[in-house]
Design a protein around this ligand. Structure first.
Ligand SMILES: *Cc1c(COP(=O)(O)O)cnc(C)c1O
Length: 350
C-alpha cells in the first residue's frame, strides 16, 4: 500500500482511475477513447457540459457567472486576470507566499500592481491583517498557500471585487462564489490531472478588448470554452473527479478534510521532534509543512517514510523539510498511516 502526499499533480481518487481505465479504449459504448475524440463531437460535448454543471452544482455558482475551462495553469491566470480585468489599471495584492509573489510579479508586467498587505516579514507563517479599503480594480488573494501551509479563514471587506487563486483548495470546503469577481484554479491539486485550469468569473467583469484571442475571457465564454481545442482528457478526468466529489458532497468532504488535518496537526504538536510553525488559526487544511529543524534528520525521516509506503513528502524545493498534501482524494487511512510513522520514527530515534 502506497500513499502519495504529492502537492501536485496529486493523487486522484482510485474509483476515478478505475473508471478511466475501464473506458480507456471505448468511452460509453462509442468504441473511441476520449483521447481520440473531437472536442466538437456529441460525447465530448456531453462531458464538457456535465463538468460545467457539476462545478455549478457543487459550488452553487450564481447564474451571472461564467465557468471557463482553460489551459496554461494557474500561472497563465497571473497575467490573464489583470489583462482582462484591469489593463494598465491599479490592482492590489495580499502577499502570502511564493504563489502570490508570482501572481503579483506577472500582474506588475501588465498593470499597476501594489502589495497592500504581506506576511513576508513573518516568513509567511501567518495570514496578514487584511486591508479595510481599496480603490483598485480588484484585490487578489491566494486562498490556500500550498508551499507555506496557510489559508484565509476570512475575506477582506473591501469594495473592489476579490480575485482568488484557489488552486490548492477549491472543492475542499464550501465557498461563497458571490463574494468573488473571479476564482481560478489549476486542476492538478484537487480537481483532476494537470493541463486544465478552471476559471469562474462574474459576467459583468468581462468585456471585449484588444487582446490576442486566447487571452480573452469574453471569447472563451462566448464559445463555451471551445474557441480552440480544450485539454479534452484532463477535462474528462476532472468531470469524473467532480462526480466523485458529488457522491459525498462538498460539505461532508470539508468535514473529512478537517478531521484529517486535525489528526495530523495534533500529532505534530504533540511531537518533540517534528514541528509545524504556522500560526494555528491560519493553518491550511490541504498542505501541512513540517520539519525537525535539521536537514539531515529531515532527509532520514523522508527515507524512513518512503520505506513505509509514504511518498512525495518532500517540502517544496524553496522551503525544504517535509510537506504532507492531504487533498480531497487522500483517505483518512493515509493520514493515520503518516501519523503512525511520525510517532514510530520519533520513538526509534529517542
Ligand atoms: C500549484 C499552484 C500554482 C501554479 O499552478 P500551475 O498550474 O503550475 O501554473 C499557483 N497557485 C497555487 C496556489 C498553486 O498551488
Amino acid at each position: 500500500m502506497l500513499y502519495n502526499f504529492s502537492a501536485g499533480p496529486a493523487m486522484l481518487p482510485k474509483p476515478v482511475l478505475l473508471e478511466a481505465q475501464r473506458d480507456m479504449l471505448s468511452y460509453d459504448g462509442t468504441s473511441l477513447s476520449v483521447l481520440e475524440m473531437s472536442h466538437r463531437s456529441e460525447p465530448f460535448l456531453s462531458i464538457r457540459n456535465e463538468a460545467e454543471q457539476l462545478v455549478r452544482d457543487l459550488l452553487f455558482v450564481p447564474d451571472d457567472y461564467e465557468v471557463l475551462f482553460l489551459q496554461g495553469g494557474a500561472t497563465l491566470q497571473f497575467a490573464m486576470v489583470p489583462m482582462n480585468l484591469a489593463p494598465g489599471g491599479r490592482v492590489d495584492f495580499i502577499e502570502t507566499g511564493l504563489w502570490s509573489e508570482r501572481a503579483f510579479a506577472d500582474a506588475a508586467c501588465v498593470s499597476d500592481a501594489h502589495v497592500v498587505a504581506s506576511s513576508k516579514a513573518d516568513a509567511y507563517q501567518s495570514i496578514p491583517t487584511l486591508p479595510a479599503a481599496s480603490d483598485a480594480a480588484y484585490v487578489h488573494l491566494t486562498l490556500n498557500n500550498t508551499l507555506e501551509g496557510t489559508r484565509f479563514t476570512s475575506l477582506p471587506d473591501v469594495a473592489p471585487p476579490l480575485v482568488a487563486d484557489a488552486s490548492s483548495c477549491l472543492f475542499s470546503e464550501p465557498i461563497d462564489v458571490s463574494r468573488f469577481g473571479l476564482i481560478y484554479a489549476g486542476a492538478q491539486k484537487n480537481i483532476g490531472p494537470a493541463g486544465l485550469t478552471l476559471v469562474i468569473v462574474r459576467k459583468e467583469l468581462l468585456r471585449a478588448g484588444s487582446l490576442p484571442s486566447y487571452l480573452r475571457y469574453d471569447l472563451h465564454a462566448k464559445n463555451d470554452s471551445l474557441y480552440n481545442t480544450p485539454p479534452t482528457y484532463s477535462l474528462y478526468l476532472s468531470m469524473l473527479v467532480l462526480r466523485w466529489i458529488k457522491q459525498t458532497g462538498v460539505g461532508r468532504i470539508h468535514t473529512q478534510n478537517k478531521m484529517k488535518a486535525k489528526l495530523l496537526y495534533e500529532t505534530l504538536d504533540a511531537s518533540n521532534l517534528f514541528h509545524n510553525r504556522v500560526l494555528k488559526k491560519d493553518r491550511s487544511l490541504m498542505n501541512v509543512p513540517f520539519s525537525t529543524g535539521d536537514e539531515e534528520r529531515d532527509a532520514s525521516f523522508l527515507r524512513y517514510a518512503k520505506e513505509h509506503g509514504l511518498i512525495n513528502l518532500e517540502g517544496h524545493r524553496s522551503v525544504g523539510g517535509m510537506r504532507a498534501s492531504i487533498y480531497n482524494a487522500m483517505p483518512l487511512d493515509g493520514v493515520e498511516a503518516l501519523c503512525a510513522v511520525i510517532n514510530r520514527y520519533e520513538k526509534e530515534m529517542s
